[in-house]
Design a binder for this molecule. Structure first.
Ligand code: ADP
Ligand code: MG
Length: 453
């Protein structure tokens, strides 16, 4: 396997492990450029990123890389000021179409004008009951750019297709209207860093112009803007200018506007004024359709038993579903034999273990305690205080959900008998499956765990 393929696989695994923001900030612009005697050389855009990765993710990345190439002993990070695209061309002769087929990340195909990745299309977006409304809204916006459904706010958990859908709207508008409308996609981290750049270099006017000078502004993961005063202020003004000029605004978030705690009221009420849609967990048929679609695009085959197994093992994250599928295909290619159900089971088992294997029960308790702002003794003690009921139930749920601990063991850990644990687990599980705002809390706690991993 060449370096680039190897890195794509490693990144797609890391993308599942880290939060979206962390992944985008630290790893998106990395490139594996060489390997010598077990040392793997990774190019990074600047020293800041290098230091951060060395301190936080080095071990993790090496561990993941080793799953794909056992010869990996050590990572060396090198700072290069070159764009990853030129780097890749120079050193690797990468066939980007090939990578695209692997459904991995395609860093270099982003359109510099719009910042959109052409891989995200409405055609390749599979529709089911969990995203029907969001998809219908997307189609409507393409027909009525800027007028009827403005702003469009889409929310849902990690890896459920938000970025795909909002970028697809941009791509579709660009193609259908042949340049009449200029879309621009931006992550909220990028928006924030542009504001910071504008302030620092006294170039706010340039920065403003850039964002107000488009017809469709697409902002991804708006929750990361919340609480950053200057950025929010700037976003608010940009928003108003565009809105008043009948420009289309499209926003995504991991939770509904009213649940972004630090978002200023005036901004929130603007979002409420437009069209809001959520994306939930994909149902079984949709998961199968996504797998089949990927296989078709990549011109690969898997038995119906294996497809069924994948679809039944990963239910709540399309990105993870794709990650597992990639691994199975990779294995099949390397061994040159058809993967049977048992082997697929092992691969899935291993990759879901990788995903959460480093997390301990105490880390889970701490994450829950931190999230709810209670002490660990409140969780494990006999306290019957009302404020601790929910955190304790959530802790029980997560111990079971993540670590597969037995009910009696969890009971012992939290000083409750096992029937209470079963009851709590089932109660929370029901909430989670309803995809209610409550579920967003669970997602946030899990994310905080991954960030530490
Ligand atoms: P989010 O932004 O919600 O975290 P993404 O849009 O990045 O999720 O989706 C994760 C991966 O799953 C992407 O590769 C995307 O193409 C794929 N995906 C998600 N939903 C669908 C869908 N309905 N049809 C096809 N692919 C999907
Ligand atoms: Mg996204």
């Amino acid at each position: 396997m060449d370096l680039n393929q190897l890195w794509q696989l490693t990144l797609s695994e890391m993308e599942v492990q880290l939060s979206r923001a962390n992944f985008a900030t630290w790893l998106k612009n990395s490139q594996l450029i060489d390997r010598k005697e077990g040392v793997f050389f990774v190019a990074l855009p600047n020293n800041f990123v290098k230091e951060w990765i060395e301190n936080n993710y080095q071990k993790n990345i090496l561990g993941v890389l080793r799953n794909f190439d056992v010869s990996a002993k050590k990572l060396e990070f090198i700072v290069t000021n070159q764009e990853p695209k030129t780097l890749a061309k120079k050193h690797l002769e990468v066939d980007f179409n090939k990578i695209d087929n692997q459904a991995g990340l395609d860093l270099a195909r982003v359109d510099p004008d719009t910042n959109l990745n052409p891989r995200y299309t409405l055609d390749s977006f599979i529709v089911g009951s969990s995203n029907e409304l969001a998809h219908a809204a997307a189609l409507a916006i393409v027909q009525e750019v800027g007028t009827k459904y403005n702003p469009f706010f889409i929310y849902g958990g990690v890896g459920l297709g938000k970025t795909h859908l909002i970028q697809a709207i941009g791509n579709e508008i660009k193609i259908q209207y042949k340049g009449k409308y200029r879309p621009r996609y931006v992550s909220s981290e990028k928006f924030t860093s542009d504001v910071v750049w504008g302030i620092r270099n006294k170039r706010m006017e340039d920065m403003k112009k850039r964002y107000r000078d488009c017809d469709v502004l697409i902002i991804d993961d708006i929750q990361f803007i919340g609480g950053k005063e200057k950025t929010e202020e700037e976003f608010f003004h940009t928003f108003n200018t565009l809105y008043e000029g009948n420009k289309q605004i499209i926003i995504s978030s991991d939770r509904p506007p009213q649940s972004i705690p630090t978002l200023e009221e005036r901004l929130r009420s603007r979002f409420d004024g437009g069209l809001t849609a959520d994306i939930g967990y994909p149902e079984y048929e949709m998961r199968v359709a996504i797998i089949k679609n990927r296989l078709q695009v990549a011109n690969r085959q898997l038995s119906i038993q294996v497809i069924d197994l994948i679809a039944n093992s990963i239910k709540r994250n399309v990105r993870e579903l794709e990650g597992v599928l990639n691994k199975i295909l990779f294995y099949q290619e390397r061994k040159g034999i058809e993967v049977d159900k048992k082997t697929a089971e092992e691969i899935i088992e291993k990759s879901t273990q990788n995903f959460l294997g480093r997390i301990s029960d105490d880390q889970i308790l701490k994450a829950v305690a931190d999230f709810y702002n209670v002490g660990i003794p409140d969780l494990v003690g006999r306290s019957r205080k009302k404020e601790t009921v929910e955190p304790r139930q959530v802790a029980m749920y997560l111990l079971r959900d993540i670590l597969r601990m037995s009910y009696p063991y969890i009971g012992e850990k939290l000083g409750r008998d096992h029937t209470t644990v079963i009851h709590s687990y089932e109660k929370i599980n029901q909430e989670v499956n309803k995809n209610s705002p409550f579920n967003q809390k669970i997602i946030m706690i899990k994310e905080s765990l991954h960030n530490k991993g």
